[in-house]
Design a protein. Structure first.
Length: 116
C-alpha cells in the first residue's frame, strides 16, 4: 500500500513541477498572449485558468499524499527512540598533522631501597 502511494506521490510531484514550470509569471500561461500561442485551442485567459486550477489540484493531492504517507510510516522506524542527549559526546581527538602527546613517565626499573 505504501509503495503504491509513494509511486503516485512521485508522479504527482513531477506533474506539479512541470505545470509550475510551464506557467509564465505574467499570467499568460503556455506563452499565450501573442498570436503564436495556442490561439485556436483556448484563449490566453482560459489557458491560464486551466494551469492555475491544475496547479491547485496537484498541490492539494501532493499535500494529502504527503500526510497519508507520513501517517502510514510514523511507527515503522527500526532505530530505538532515544534522545541525542543520552549518548556521550564525541571523543576529542587531535586534528591530523599535530604531534602526538608524550607518553607518561615510566616507573624506575632499578632496585629501590625500602622506605620506612
Amino acid at each position: 500500500m505504501s509503495t503504491v502511494l509513494l509511486i503516485i506521490h512521485l508522479f504527482v510531484t513531477l506533474a506539479l513541477i512541470g505545470v509550475v514550470l510551464i506557467q509564465r509569471s505574467e499570467g499568460g500561461g503556455l506563452g499565450v498572449g501573442s498570436s503564436q500561442g495556442m490561439g485556436s485551442f483556448m484563449s490566453g485567459r482560459g489557458t491560464a485558468n486551466l494551469l492555475t486550477r491544475t496547479t491547485a489540484i496537484l498541490a492539494a493531492m501532493f499535500m494529502v499524499l504527503s500526510l497519508t504517507l507520513a501517517l502510514l510510516n510514523r511507527g515503522t522506524s527500526t532505530a530505538p527512540t532515544r534522545s541525542i542527549l543520552d549518548s556521550p559526546g564525541p571523543s576529542s581527538t587531535a586534528p591530523a598533522g599535530t604531534p602526538a602527546p608524550p607518553p607518561p613517565p615510566a616507573a624506575p626499573s632499578g632496585p629501590s631501597a625500602p622506605t620506612n
